[in-house]
Design a protein around this ligand. Structure first.
Ligand code: 1HN
Length: 354
C-alpha cells in the first residue's frame, strides 16, 4: 500500500514537497505502526564482558579522570542495534558500569530519572540516598528513586564497581528531564545507616507513620536476604519451567515494584537447568551473580547463543524469544520495564512456542 502511494507520480511528489513546508507529512508514506516488535525494536540481544572489557576499561578511565571531575565515572552500555547518540541498552532502559576509587567522591545530585545500583565488585564503598548511607556489598540492590539526593563515597582500598540501571529513555520520551546538583559535594546525613531497612524491611512498619511516595521506603536490599529467599524456594522444588525460581524486589508498603518505572528481580537456576522458551514485551537487562550458563535468544538466522558468567551484563529486547541454561547452580539479577508497561496496559507474554 505504502509502495503504491510513494511510487513516482509527479503530482503526488509535488504535493509531498508542499505539505513538508507546512510542517506536515502524509501518514500514507510513513510506517508509524508495525505489525510486531521485530519490525520496530532496534536493540539486539547482546553481552558486555565484565572481566575482559568493562573492568579493564574502567580501570583505564580511573587513570584519566577522577570521579569528581567526571561527576560519575560511568561507561554507558550502547546496544549495537542503535545509531550512536543518546546511549541506551534497550529501547526504554539505560545501563552503565560505574567505578569509584578509594577516597573518591561522586558529588550529590538528583534527577527525575529513577536509578538502581547492582553491586558488582569491591569492599568499603557506600551510597547515600535521601540522607541515609548504605554500605554496598556485591549482589546488593539499591534504589535511587526520582528526585532523591544521592552521592557515593569509598572508604575501602580497592576499586569498586557497580551497574547503574536507569529509565532515562522513558523519561526522555515524555520530555520530563530535570537535574540538580547539590550545592556541596555531600548531601547531609539525616538518618543512620540501615534506618529504612529497620523500619520497613522486617515485614513490619512504624506505627503512625504513613508512606505516600510512589517508591519503596527501603533503599537497600542486601543480597544475603534475597539469596536466602530464592534458595529456600529452590530447595522446596518450586521451579518455574520458564524462570527457575524468580522473585521480584518490592515496595513493602504496596506490594508493587520498588520503583514506579523499573522492575527488578533475583532468580536462581538450579544446576544444569534449561528454561523453556518464552517471550515478553519487557526489555530486560540481566547480570549473573553466581554461576555460568548461556542465553539463547532470537529466531531463525537471527538466533544467538551468548555465554555468561558472573558480572557480565546482557540484554533481551522486547518480544525476542529466549531461554536460559545454567551449568552449575546460577543466580541472576535482572531489571526491566515490566511495571511501566503494565501500568500503561502494554505488557504481554508468550510462554512456549506460539
Ligand atoms: C547517575 O546519576 C548515576 O548517580 C549513575 O551514580 C549513572 C547515568 C546517567 C545519568 C545519571 C549516579 C547515571 C546517572
Amino acid at each position: 500500500m505504502a509502495d503504491a502511494a510513494t511510487a513516482t507520480n509527479p503530482a503526488r511528489e509535488a504535493f509531498y514537497k508542499k505539505v513538508a513546508t507546512k510542517d506536515l507529512s502524509p501518514l500514507w508514506t510513513t510506517t508509524l505502526v508495525q505489525p510486531e516488535p521485530a519490525k520496530f525494536v532496534k536493540a539486539r540481544p547482546h553481552l558486555w564482558d565484565f572481566d575482559a572489557v568493562l573492568k579493564p576499561l574502567l580501570l583505564e578511565a580511573g587513570g584519566l579522570i577522577t570521579a569528581k571531575e567526571a561527576n560519575r565515572r560511568v561507561l554507558s552500555l550502547e546496544n549495537p542495534g542503535f545509531d550512536s547518540g543518546a546511549p541506551r541498552i534497550l529501547e526504554s532502559l539505560y545501563s552503565g558500569l560505574q567505578m569509584i576509587m578509594p577516597g573518591e567522591c561522586a558529588p550529590a545530585h538528583r534527577h527525575t530519572p529513577s536509578a538502581l545500583r547492582f553491586i558488582m565488585e569491591g569492599k568499603g564503598a557506600w551510597t547515600a540516598v535521601n540522607g541515609e548511607k548504605s554500605f554496598m556489598e556485591p549482589g546488593d540492590f539499591i534504589i535511587t528513586p526520582s528526585m532523591t539526593w544521592h552521592d557515593h563515597g569509598h572508604d575501602g582500598d580497592e576499586p569498586f564497581f557497580w551497574m547503574d540501571g536507569l529509565d532515562i529513555p522513558m523519561v526522555a520520551t515524555f520530555g520530563t528531564m530535570f537535574f540538580e546538583a547539590y550545592p556541596d559535594d555531600r548531601a547531609p546525613q539525616t538518618r543512620p545507616a540501615g534506618d529504612s531497612l529497620a523500619r520497613y524491611g522486617a515485614n513490619m512498619r512504624p506505627v503512625n507513620e504513613s508512606w505516600t511516595k510512589p517508591e519503596s521506603p527501603i533503599f537497600w536490599y542486601p543480597y544475603s536476604r534475597a539469596r536466602e529467599a530464592v534458595e529456600s524456594l529452590k530447595n522446596n522444588g518450586e521451579w518455574d519451567p520458564f524462570n527457575g525460581v524468580k522473585l521480584e524486589y518490592i515496595d513493602p508498603t504496596r506490594g508493587g515494584s520498588a520503583m514506579p518505572t523499573i522492575s527488578a528481580f533475583l532468580q536462581v537456576l538450579p544446576k544444569g537447568f534449561r528454561t523453556e522458551v518464552q517471550r515478553t514485551t519487557e526489555n530486560i537487562v540481566f547480570t549473573p551473580v553466581e554461576g555460568t550458563g548461556r542465553l539463547i535468544a532470537g529466531e531463525g538466522d537471527k538466533q544467538v547463543t551468548i555465554s555468561w558468567k558472573p558480572r557480565d551484563i546482557f540484554c533481551v529486547p522486547c518480544w525476542v524469544p529466549y531461554r536460559l541454561e545454567s551449568d552449575g547452580e546460577a543466580s541472576l539479577f535482572s531489571y526491566s520495564d515490566r511495571v511501566a508497561q503494565q501500568k500503561l496496559g502494554l505488557w504481554r507474554e508468550q510462554r512456549g512456542n506460539a
